[in-house]
Design a protein around this ligand. Structure first.
Ligand code: FAD
Length: 317
């Protein structure tokens, strides 16, 4: 992957800065309210960086202390363990919030909420961003797995480049071509310690804002009709297998619609969704996920891959 990284120069008064930076870290903050599933234990330390430099200082501090680091966007695609997260969690929703228009592109901070980006671009008359209205995550969370709502409506269709900050405090800019983008796939998944800080999108054709806003309303209505009415979900739990029927169909055929473990329930509306009926725990969801994978394997000989991230499990080591 790319090339010519810029190493961030931190300020020379770093040790005293670091103490200041770590001071406001909230300790043992319950993370469930920061996720759409409303599940998960506490973060040992939680910090929100307000700039790329601040994020770099936080990463440097964590490295100095030997803490593991986790990234949390809008928490709409992850399951946080009941035991919570050790070390330092960087909360990106509400931080890194900029939109800078260039001649043919727009640079967007990784913390920007996708529906807000969709609405802003529609208001300004730029086409191509409308599909983002239905994805309740941040730009950073979305780019890692090439979020989308179907063929021709994925992040990869409008992406020009991504800038990441590595644990070595290098800023690297990777072009869309270097990212190996596919269905819920990018090379960024192999680098879970890279923090996405900024994303550059191509500007597409212009159209009357009223037309684009009508489009947004249409997409919202279509999604409301398709998705379970219950609110506490993380969207699709599994990726659709590359060949053959979608994950929801396979799970339905395996008899899992409505199946419940504790307060975790496979949606009766759409079998690729697991609902938190109120007090579901991470272990209940994980057990349901494992049971589904086993049943689908036995019945259909298909290994369902998770789309949703388990933290810290998926990032150990
Ligand atoms: C109701 C509902 C509908 C959904 N519909 C769709 C859909 O149609 N299509 C779709 O693709 N997805 C969908 N999703 C899933 C989810 O919204 C997307 O995957 C979204 O892009 C996740 O962004 P996030 O900020 O919430 O990430 P989080 O859930 O906070 O994090 C997900 C992963 O990304 C990492 N991460 C977050 N921010 C960064 C960053 N800046 N740099 C590096 N890593 C980062 C986290 O560490 C974690 O591993 C849906 C979810 C819900 C709840």
């Amino acid at each position: 992957m790319q090339s010519k990284p810029q190493v961030l120069e931190l300020r020379t008064d770093l040790p005293s800065r670091l103490r200041k930076i770590l001071l406001p870290a909230a300790h043992h903050i319950l993370l469930a309210p920061f996720t759409t599933w409303r599940i998960g234990g506490a973060a040992e330390r939680l910090l929100t960086p307000h700039s790329i430099e601040e994020a770099a200082e936080m990463l440097a501090a964590a490295r100095g202390e030997g803490w593991p680091v986790f990234f949390l966007g809008r928490g709409s695609n992850l399951l946080i363990d009941d035991a919570g997260l050790p070390g330092l969690t960087l909360h990106l929703a509400g931080s890194l919030q900029w939109l800078k228009f260039g001649q043919n592109t727009v640079m967007v901070g990784a913390g920007v909420y996708l529906p807000r980006l969709a609405a802003t671009m529609a208001r300004r008359g730029w086409t191509g961003f409308e599909f983002l209205i239905g994805i309740p995550g941040t730009v950073g969370g979305a780019v890692r797995l090439n979020a989308g709502i179907g063929a021709g409506r994925e992040i990869s269709d409008i992406l020009k480049s991504v800038t990441v900050l590595t644990p070595e405090l290098e800023l690297k800019t990777l072009t869309a071509g270097e990212l190996g983008l596919g269905y819920r796939q990018s090379h960024l998944l192999n680098f879970p310690r890279w923090l996405v800080v900024e994303v550059e999108f191509h500007l597409q054709a212009q159209a009357p804002p009223k037309e684009l806003q009508a489009n947004l309303r249409r997409i919202i209505q279509q999604r409301q009709a398709k998705f379970p009415p219950e609110k506490l979900t993380c969207g699709s739990v599994f990726k659709n297998p590359p060949q053959g029927p979608p994950a929801g169909w396979l799970i339905d055929r395996a008899g899992f619609k409505g199946k419940t473990i504790g307060d975790a329930q496979v949606s009766t509306h759409h079998a690729n969704f697991i609902i938190n009926r109120g007090r579901a725990t991470a272990i209940q969801v994980k057990t349901l996920v494992a049971d589904i994978q086993e049943a689908v394997w036995k019945l259909h000989n298909v290994h369902l891959k998770r789309e949703v991230v388990f933290l810290p499990d998926d990032f150990q080591g």
